[in-house]
Design a protein around this ligand. Sequence first.
Ligand SMILES: [Zn+2]
Ligand SMILES: [Zn+2]
Length: 399
Amino acid sequence: MVKKYNSVILLISLIIGLIHGIITISFNVFLSWLLIGIWLILTIKIIKNTKRYREFNSPHNTAFFVVLPIFIAIFYTIWSNFTGLLVENLLADSSLYLSWWSLVFGLPYAIYGSFSLHSCFRKYDVVYLGTKSVNGKRFGYIMVFLILFCIIFYWIVFYVADDIFEDFLSPINFSVDLILLLMFISTIFIMIIYGFLANRRSLPELTRAYITRRANRVDQITRPQPVRRSTRQRERVHTIERTRTPGPTRIDTRISRSTSRSLRTSPNRQTQTIRASTKATTQTSSGKTKKTSKTRPTSTRIINLNKYKPKTTALSSEDFKCIFCFQLPNFPQDQGRGIILCPNCRYPAHADEFKDWLGSSNLCSRCSARIPTNYGRNPRIISVKNYILIYKDFLRKKR
Ligand SMILES: [Zn+2]
Ligand SMILES: [Zn+2]
């Protein structure tokens, strides 16, 4: 069916070309008609393929869509120097040449082809050549090379060795075709901008701002409608607090967010937390917050630090000495050693000494409690630096 159409088109263009060519006694006219026929056949084929691809919703990353259009454009704009039809130069007095021929037969494909080339660099991971696949960007560079090579080769042949043509084909116009020139320039531009300068589809950097943006976005999608207003309020609270007081308050805001999040399902309590947080902001703006923002993080720190507090009634610096070597952990000397606490009495030991001890016994050398085997294999190691901070904090509070 398709082949029948094609041969009919070809035959018609052949007949018209012959008649017109004989009348004007011009081989160029004959060939031009033939080329119009071929152009029609190619265009029909491309439209058919596009339709078929759209049906399957597949991307146009095949050689057919990437290679064919741009070379049709190159060929037909080159032919504008030879065409016997539509020869009038629309830029009459300029040294460039723009004919209806290249506007009709060249320009659409020049745009299409440039767009495909752009897609090679920006969109396609791979381009399929039959069953083989080539990296999209690499294929783009190959295409750029081929396009530039073809155009430059043509210009050299046409302007330097122009006597080749005179025997069988005489050029109608010697000016440089505008569309061909534009294609040449745009190809170079596409290569530079989307090839050399762009780092393609790099994954977004995981900055704090990006994460909050994504989290908010997910929230918006998953959140039931009526809660919307209140969460916007909550967001505002965050930003105000964050910009106003960097540092310790950040912990504070994070806590408030997580609590309000977990309570999202119960609207009553949520409004409560929101009211509380807005209260906090008003305080921030009035300047009274120094007290509130200071007390809260320290309280959370106490909760955390109690896990490291040795079990004894009266703390002294003796309680923070290693249970094996009786030395207080010290920073530059003990660098890289690590501290392990007994899970029962929470007295510290240098990690290396603790592990050596476990080789001969599974009881704490201080409180004689059994140390669970999985804790012995995978103990929680605290860096010496952090442990110093912890015990200094305890000793400071004791005073
Ligand atoms: Zn020690
Ligand atoms: Zn112990």
